[in-house]
Design a protein around this ligand. Structure first.
Ligand code: ADP
Length: 359
């Protein structure tokens, strides 16, 4: 039997304790989530159900006729729709939590999507469209539609019926921007930063007793981030809110396949060797010794091959301009999922080529 040193035993024990701590935190988190969900459901299901049962009883007993009966039927439908939306949100939330929230890879025309959704909600509110053509992205049409639907429903819900909503879609270089602006109740300044968290609700929305579960924006953010994009909100209390979604354009995503390779390594011999091999295979290669060199003129579609001794994935991501779709391949001793692909040293050129040309 091999003898294990005291020091090694201590290290193993420390690793086990850390793992137990991690598992305990995960269980606590899951439990908290379940409790929050039950509280939200209990509250949000009860209201609509009470109204559906109450009005259907009145109809059944023949207590309502003419306009009153039509109003009752409308109230029943609105509340049933609220329950349907809530069910969809909860199902989506559960898929996100279980890592089963998949995004299709289709060509999506955001301008067409915006027109469709404006028409859909046009009977409820004046929606002013400002749409540039050529707003194409890669992704999941159904999920992007759900995200925009959510933003529009919120704009309708949290703003008075007399105020129009502005829906715009435009291009900014490699990015497609989609914005929904309302002139409603806004979000209190101190609550803006956390408004995309699950179950987050503005104190003013609660106070005004506007029905909501605080799940929608979390789902919207998840959808946007899974498309390589970002979402932000600018809001003024009692002045209105603008939600802006930024997504990489279709062209920039497709450029992955033909983009440049930027080699960032401290080892000159390795760089020369890799650069030579990659150029032989028809790839465009640029060598950089530092991060600022590497980021000079960076554009969507570029692929970074980075020696972790020069830079870590988190540092590089923090320095990248927002909304750029680039691929990060790390040469590292300790593979982590911060890289799109992590390759161990010594580097096999065949692995590198595979990581670059078959994303
Ligand atoms: P819900 O509307 O069901 O509560 P969301 O996740 O969509 O859930 O929104 C979270 C919270 O963000 C809302 O409860 C509300 O306080 C605030 N909010 C979202 N959109 C708007 C908006 N357009 N104007 C003002 N507040 C908003």
């Amino acid at each position: 039997m091999t003898k294990v040193s005291q020091r090694e035993l201590e290290a193993r024990l420390a690793a086990s304790v850390a793992e137990l701590e991690r598992q305990r935190a995960a269980v606590l988190h899951a439990n908290q989530l379940k409790n929050d969900l039950i509280a939200v459901l209990a509250h949000d299901i009860k209201g609509p159900l009470t109204s559906i049962i109450g009005f259907s009883e009145l109809l059944e007993e023949g207590m309502l006729d003419g306009d009153a009966a039509t109003d009752a039927a409308r109230t029943i439908r609105t509340n049933a729709q609220r329950l349907a939306t809530l069910t969809n949100d909860v199902l989506a939330l559960s898929r996100v939590e279980h890592g089963e929230f998949e995004i299709k890879d289709e060509r999506v025309d955001l301008a067409a999507l915006a027109k469709k959704m404006a028409a859909l909600h046009g009977s409820e509110r004046d929606i002013r469209l400002d749409v540039e053509p050529n707003a194409l992205v890669r992704g999941d049409a159904e999920r992007l539609e759900a995200a925009l639907d959510n933003l529009l429903r919120n704009a309708i819900k949290y703003a008075p019926a007399s105020e129009p909503i502005d829906l715009s879609v435009g291009r900014d270089g490699d990015r497609v921007l989609l914005a929904v602006r309302d002139r409603g109740i806004g979000i209190p300044e101190g609550e803006i930063a956390a408004i995309f968290d699950r179950f987050a609700r503005g104190s003013n929305a609660r106070r005004a007793k506007i029905v909501g579960s605080g799940i929608g924006l979390f789902i919207v953010k998840t959808i946007v981030e899974q498309h390589g994009g970002s979402i932000e909100v600018q809001s003024v209390l009692d002045g209105g809110s603008t939600f802006t979604v930024v997504l990489p354009s279709l062209e920039s995503r497709e450029a992955h396949r033909t983009g440049r390779v930027i080699l960032v390594t401290a080892d000159g011999a390795l760089a020369r060797f890799a650069a030579y091999e990659l150029r032989m295979r028809g790839l465009r290669v640029r060598e950089a010794a530092t991060l600022s060199d590497a980021l000079d003129g960076v554009r969507s579609g570029d692929m970074f091959v980075v020696d972790e001794r020069v830079a870590r994935a988190t540092d590089l991501r923090a320095m990248l301009p927002n909304g750029l779709a680039v691929r990060l391949i790390g040469l590292t001793e300790t593979p982590s999922n911060e890289w799109d692909v992590a390759l161990r040293q010594p580097l096999l050129v065949s692995d590198l080529v595979e990581a670059l040309v078959e994303p």
